[in-house]
Design a protein around this ligand. Structure first.
Ligand code: NAD
Length: 332
């Protein structure tokens, strides 16, 4: 019996999170769900959108499945999603991009994974004005940060039987920061003779991903490039409704879809739960429940390929609940 924290989130979060829970439970994997609420809805009761007991639950259980949480603009409360990544030192942002037959995409055989560093780089937001007319942002890249993300990429490639790791950088221009990233990547690559290694400059990578995404496997990169390229690859496979993700640290991991809380369709039984269901597939693989993970992924692929029972974002007219039930019926 596993104990896993479930954070339903807000907006479409609870609809898609409980749909995913139902699908996972239907595989027969025994999970005791520790349901924890976070976000704007708990501020009145606990004085914060991220109460300490929620963080403690994740630390204790080590694994969480999470729905999206709204970050209101202009109210000053910090993004719960960013706070969780910082507080738990979740240094990996894992974003697979895979084509499913039946979804409108320009490509047929994309199956790549972006391993994005999640804590450093320009993304740390260390910025200031130097007088009124000059703004400066500081890009921090550390050897430790590079080592742990590159090593994760190679270990992931080995575990998932993938063949190639591509390190993405701009070391020709940023010789110190990206130069350090590339130096570390080359060093670690030499320890993995079973996995091919190449490096590519981020601008060339952008072009290649649009022209020939099927040629790539595992891509590892600093934070900002990962932020941009992983949205590009989500676009290549047909959009947000089917793009899963995970934030992983040394001790704990949180699995969540890439999309947000979609307030425009919240509470209407219209949200596509596929992205969180596929995030749960990543979670099941991570904890070693590979058979259940494969079953769910096969069921989702089958439904999408058949194209009869799809949510409105994919051109169908089936609700969130009915879609989840159809996934359960398709489990073999
Ligand atoms: P969004 O992803 O919520 O929505 C963008 C568009 O995609 C909308 O039209 C929405 O209806 C559609 N969409 C998204 N997910 C869908 C799904 N599963 N099924 C069908 N359609 C879907 O992005 P946004 O509007 O920029 O953000 C809304 C809120 O979500 C913001 O407060 C933002 O901060 C938050 N957010 C949270 C997370 C997270 O919790 N990790 C991630 C991104 C955004």
């Amino acid at each position: 019996m596993y104990k896993i924290t479930l954070i339903p989130g807000d907006g479409i979060g609870p609809e898609v999170a409980f749909a995913a829970k139902k699908v996972i439970d239907a595989t027969g994997v025994k999970i005791e769900w520790d349901i924890q609420n976070a976000g704007a809805g708990v501020i009145e009761e606990f004085g914060t959108p991220l109460p300490e007991h929620v963080v403690e639950s994740i630390k204790k259980n080590k694994i969480a499945l999470k729905g999206p949480i709204t970050t209101p603009v202009g109210t000053g409360f910090r993004s719960v999603n960013v706070a969780l990544r910082k507080e738990l030192d979740l240094f990996v942002n894992l974003r697979p991009a895979k084509t499913y037959e039946g979804i409108n995409s320009r490509y047929e055989n994309i199956d790549l994974v972006i391993v994005r560093e999640n804590t450093e780089d320009l993304y740390a937001g260390i910025e200031h004005m130097i007088g009124p007319d000059i703004a400066e942002s500081i890009k921090i890249i550390t050897r430790k940060g590079c080592e742990r993300i590159v090593r994760f990429a190679f270990e992931y490639a080995r575990k998932e039987k993938r063949k190639k790791v591509t390190a993405v950088h701009k070391a020709n221009i940023m010789k110190c920061t990206d130069g350090l990233f590339l130096e570390v990547a080359r060093g670690i690559a030499s320890e993995y003779s079973d996995i091919l290694f190449e490096d590519m400059i981020v601008d060339a990578m952008s072009m290649k991903l649009v022209q020939d995404p099927e040629a790539y496997d595992v891509l590892v990169m600093p934070n900002l490039y990962g932020d941009i390229l992983s949205d590009l690859t989500a676009g290549l496979i047909g959009g947000l409704g089917i793009a899963p993700g995970a934030n992983i640290g040394e001790e704990v991991a949180i699995f969540e879809p890439i999309h947000g809380s979609a307030p425009n369709i919240a509470g209407q039984n219209k949200a596509n739960p596929t992205a969180i269901i596929l995030s749960a597939v990543l979670m099941l693989r991570y904890i070693g429940e590979v058979e259940a993970a494969d079953k769910i992924e096969k069921a989702v692929s089958k439904l999408i390929k058949e194209g009869k029972l799809l949510t409105p974002d994919l051109g169908g007219n089936v609700g969130t609940v009915e879609y989840a039930d159809a996934v359960i019926s398709a489990l073999e």
